[in-house]
Design a binder for this molecule. Structure first.
Ligand code: HEM
Length: 238
């Protein structure tokens, strides 16, 4: 039996896939709410089809709001069940070692586009600096999705309340909430395209993908991709 290390708890796996499912449903319903010929990402046919499927724009908005509230509730429950796990995740994601991590990020981008020859040509060693529980690419996306997620949830709640309780004096705040909600979704979505490619399509990350179901990664993968974490766990440190 090959040696494996625990990477994710059951509650971590649940919250990850719950979050991914909410994101998918929120994107599908949210894009359907945009009915402006100048900016419709999929043309006017998509919002019309979504609205007629659920009996009108009002119902589509309600569905979007309910999914958003379920998304926020899911995270509150996760924090209650596994606060330690969430604290560990945030600690790993926001701990950046500038020299090591920026070096990793720059080299990784050149390696993935131009290859190792481009680095050697300018006298740079193509070996990537060792990384911890997450590499800098994962950390950058996780930082964007944590900060973006909080901004999206907060602006979503402001818009939800604006329909029900706020008066005309809040129009400026609501205008900002709408704009910031769109910008945050756009930024996280851009990172999500790279995340899904790296996590689900790139063959070298396949053991990481499997770990989002099984919770464990093989020894060789941990050693090669997350050397600093591997050094800790192999001695039973974490
Ligand atoms: C089809 C959709 C998705 C797939 C296949 C996927 C896959 C994965 C995998 C395999 C990991 C584990 C990486 C590791 O342990 O090293 C992971 C981690 C993570 N995922 Fe996803 N994910 C998806 C959607 C999402 C969405 C929608 C978000 C948030 C907007 C998200 C946020 C994260 C974060 C923050 C992490 C931890 C940091 C990282 O590894 O980048 N994921 N994902």
């Amino acid at each position: 039996m090959p040696k494996t290390y625990k990477r994710h708890d059951k509650s971590d796996i649940f919250i990850h896939w719950f979050n991914a499912a909410c994101w998918l449903l929120l994107l599908l319903t949210g894009v359907g709410l945009i009915q402006n010929p100048a900016i419709d990402p999929f043309g006017s046919g998509y919002p019309e089809a979504m609205r007629s499927m659920v009996g009108g724009g009002g119902n589509l908005l309600l569905i979007h709001e309910y999914i958003g509230l379920a998304w926020i509730t899911g995270f509150v429950l996760y924090l209650l069940v596994n606060f330690r796990g969430a604290a560990f995740f945030l600690g790993e994601v926001f701990a950046v070692s500038p020299a090591r991590d920026m070096g990793w990020m720059l080299k990784k981008m050149v390696l993935m586009t131009l290859g190792p020859k481009a680095l050697k040509a300018v006298g740079v060693d193509p070996t990537l600096p060792d990384q911890g529980y997450y590499n800098m690419g994962q950390k950058a996306f996780a930082q964007a999705s944590v900060v973006g997620g909080i901004v999206i949830a907060a602006t979503g709640v402001i818009m939800l309340l604006s329909d029900r309780t706020f008066g005309a004096e809040s129009t400026g705040l609501i205008g900002w909430a709408v704009a910031v909600h769109f910008i945050a979704v756009g930024l996280v979505f851009a990172g999500l395209l790279v995340h899904v490619y790296m996590a689900a399509i790139s063959p070298e990350e396949r053991p990481g993908f499997k770990s989002m179901f099984t919770g464990v990664v093989p020894d060789g993968y941990a050693k090669h991709h997350h050397r600093l974490w591997w050094e800790k766990v192999k001695t039973g440190g974490e």
